[in-house]
Design a protein around this ligand. Structure first.
Ligand SMILES: Cc1ncc(COP(=O)(O)O)c(C=O)c1O
Length: 323
């Protein structure tokens, strides 16, 4: 859904661009500003319908043409969900798109927008992908949770790296998704209902807000401390503040450590304290461990070490490259 939401504005841009091209030379068209309205115009013996939906921010225009020269049947454009209109774009992707446009136009661009390794996928991984795609074996559907051998390797990696027991990272608990962003959506829908409250660090990775907002989950910003960290102390203060002010209880917490954007990483003791507080308070902790491996010699801990209730999210997008 994340990708759908981020793709939609682009599709609309394309639709608008096409409409403007089609409009050239037409005789008449009409838009009603406050409601959905469709009118038709004739151009080169073809009828084109123009539909404007009264969207909150930008107007969305779509066109359709009849191929046989007959008056097309009047249609009503399906509604666009309020949810999709209320989600703002993920700014880093807007900047990336613009940078790519400039690059394509011949400008020299130094990319600092998205966090990703400088080098490509490890050569063994690239070779395995080529082999798999070019072999005559039909790849087909995998289990809904992903290829079993891959999940076994992930389980093995977590057991070895964090010294975890078999049960805490049993293969049946591992789900492979297209990026951790797909994982967030699945995890959020599995954990939270409309109107629930989820705590996020202020500052934190902005995309959590977009996805939680799209699901009508409320956010509470927890102030980070002087070391740019959200620890049990800061979360406890927020819990107490909400209780004293009769605000709704916090249902979840999502936090990346090391953090995007600050780089701050919780020590194993701080992570333990946070896990324990979440367990005491019945708060679902989602631990984003995507930047593990990029900790410049500092000891990393996984939330799985301290709680069996946590959901850990990780990804191949950051650390894993040819180096
Ligand atoms: C903290 C954090 N979590 C998740 C993601 C998204 O990762 P993915 O590419 O796996 O969807 C990013 C991307 O920058 C990130 O910074």
């Amino acid at each position: 859904m994340t990708s759908l939401l981020s793709i939609s504005p682009l599709c609309l841009t394309i639709v608008i661009a096409l409409s403007l091209t089609c409009l050239d030379g037409t005789r008449a068209f009409a838009f009603a500003p406050t409601q959905q309205y469709t009118s038709f115009t004739r151009h080169n013996h073809k009828y084109t319908s123009f539909t404007q939906i009264n969207a909150s921010a930008e107007d969305e225009i779509s066109t359709s043409e009849s191929s046989n020269g007959n008056m097309p049947v009047k249609t009503r454009t399906p509604k666009v969900s309020n949810r999709s209109k209320s989600v703002s774009s993920f700014k880093v992707m807007d900047i990336l798109r613009r940078a790519n446009e400039l690059q394509q136009a011949g400008h020299s661009v130094i990319h600092c927008e998205v966090g990703q390794p400088e080098s490509g996928a490890p050569s063994t991984v690239a070779a395995a992908a080529v082999e798999s795609l070019s072999s005559r074996n039909v790849m087909g559907y995998t289990d809904a949770f992903g290829l079993l051998p891959l999940r076994e390797k992930i389980s093995q990696h977590y057991r070895k790296k964090y010294d975890l027991d078999d049960e805490s990272v049993h293969v049946k608990k591992i789900v492979v998704t297209t990026g951790s962003s797909g994982g967030f959506l699945l995890a959020f829908t599995a954990c939270f209902d409309v109107g629930d409250t989820v705590a996020v660090a202020s500052s934190g990775y902005p995309c959590y807000r977009n996805i939680l907002g799209a699901l009508d989950v409320n956010l509470t910003n927890v102030k980070i401390n002087d070391e740019f960290k959200l620890t049990a102390k800061e979360l406890k203060a927020e819990i107490m503040f909400r209780r004293e002010n009769n605000l709704k209880e916090i249902n979840g917490l999502i936090l990346s450590s090391p953090s995007n954007p600050t780089g701050a990483m919780l020590s194993p003791e701080e992570l333990k304290g946070l896990c324990e507080l979440c367990d005491e308070e019945g708060i679902q902790f989602l631990s984003d461990e995507i930047y593990h491996g990029i900790s410049y010699g500092k000891k990393e801990a996984s939330a799985l070490t301290y709680s069996s209730n946590v959901i850990v999210l990780n990804s191949f997008s950051k650390y894993y490259s040819s180096k």
